[in-house]
Write a protein that binds this ligand. Structure first.
Ligand SMILES: NC(=O)c1ccc[n+]([C@@H]2O[C@H](COP(=O)([O-])OP(=O)(O)OC[C@H]3O[C@@H](n4cnc5c(N)ncnc54)[C@H](O)[C@@H]3O)[C@@H](O)[C@H]2O)c1
Length: 246
């Protein structure tokens, strides 16, 4: 597995974690919004292992500047964010599909979000990018099915990664309790939930699944809005000291 991330040190740390678990991994610094760097990323993977079987598009350009509505987001920030949220998957397919085809097939997994189906205030760029990724997933599934290449997406709900734990919940444990209470399954997501979904989509058990966006959100987004709103109001009445990070 080649881990490519704009944060080269972070990619190297993930490589070490995989190797410590007995996996084969390499790491490189790459900006997946840049054409030449995606081309180099694919070339590096093929040079190391001689083939390309799986491609996961996961990068997320966390920046405050992309928050807001159409009047708030500067054009250059919009373009830069879309390059990572959307164009990166096109670039990876552009350079990766020929290798997959040559190897007899492969699997592409695009990490979208429940935000690709639903809308939140102040999130024009994210909602647009994640919805576009779902559309690209479908188109590529149709385009490359005959090549034995399956293309699927995952739409995670709230996944408490180490970054999110540190940025949002370490200082607001009562806020995390509130979010957790919204999940029918009784917990928020873990990174392993998404890894397991990606592994399943890439495996033979999913050999007839393509063009699909798998919602992995513990049932959060299927709740009837009216009942859900009332449930939240009850929670707020019963827990008046709840602290929220946003
Ligand atoms: N965590 C959640 O609750 C959640 C929910 C729904 C969807 N997602 C999606 O899951 C994916 C991973 O999210 P996360 O929470 O782990 O985010 P994260 O911010 O922890 O990780 C994103 C990674 O992308 C890298 N990155 C940013 N810009 C890049 C670029 N130009 N080129 C290469 N790498 C770049 C960052 O360095 C970082 O390592 C994202 O696509 C995100 O939208 C996350």
């Amino acid at each position: 597995m080649l881990i490519a991330d704009i944060d080269g040190a972070g990619a190297a740390a993930q490589r070490c974690a995989i190797q410590a678990d007995g996996g084969a991994a390499a790491a490189m610094a790459a900006d997946v919004g840049q054409t030449e760097q995606v081309e180099a990323m694919i070339a590096d993977a093929v040079r190391r292992w001689g083939r390309l079987d799986i491609l996961v598009n996961n990068a997320y350009p966390a920046t405050e500047a992309m928050s807001g509505g159409a009047e708030d987001v500067p054009p250059e920030v919009y373009d830069r964010a879309m390059a990572v949220l959307v164009k990166a998957s096109y670039l990876a397919a552009r350079f990766g599909v020929p290798h997959m085809r040559r190897g007899g097939g492969g699997s592409i997994v695009n990490i979208s979000s429940v935000h690709g189906f639903l809308a939140a205030r102040g999130a024009l760029v994210y909602e647009t990018g994640k919805a576009a990724l779902i559309a690209a997933t479908r188109q590529m599934a149709v385009e490359y099915g005959r090549d034995g290449i399956r293309v699927n997406a995952i739409a995670p709900g709230h996944i408490v990664t180490p970054n999110i734990q540190a940025a949002m919940w370490d200082a607001n444990p009562s806020g995390l309790d509130f979010i957790t209470s919204q999940y029918p399954i009784g917990r928020v997501g873990r990174p392993q939930d998404i890894a397991a979904a990606a592994a399943w989509l890439c495996g033979d058990d999913a050999s007839f699944v393509t063009g699909h966006t798998l919602v992995v959100d513990g049932g959060h987004s299927i709740q009837l809005q009216e009942n859900f709103g009332v449930q939240q109001a009850h929670y707020a009445q019963e827990h008046p000291g709840t602290q929220l990070p946003y």
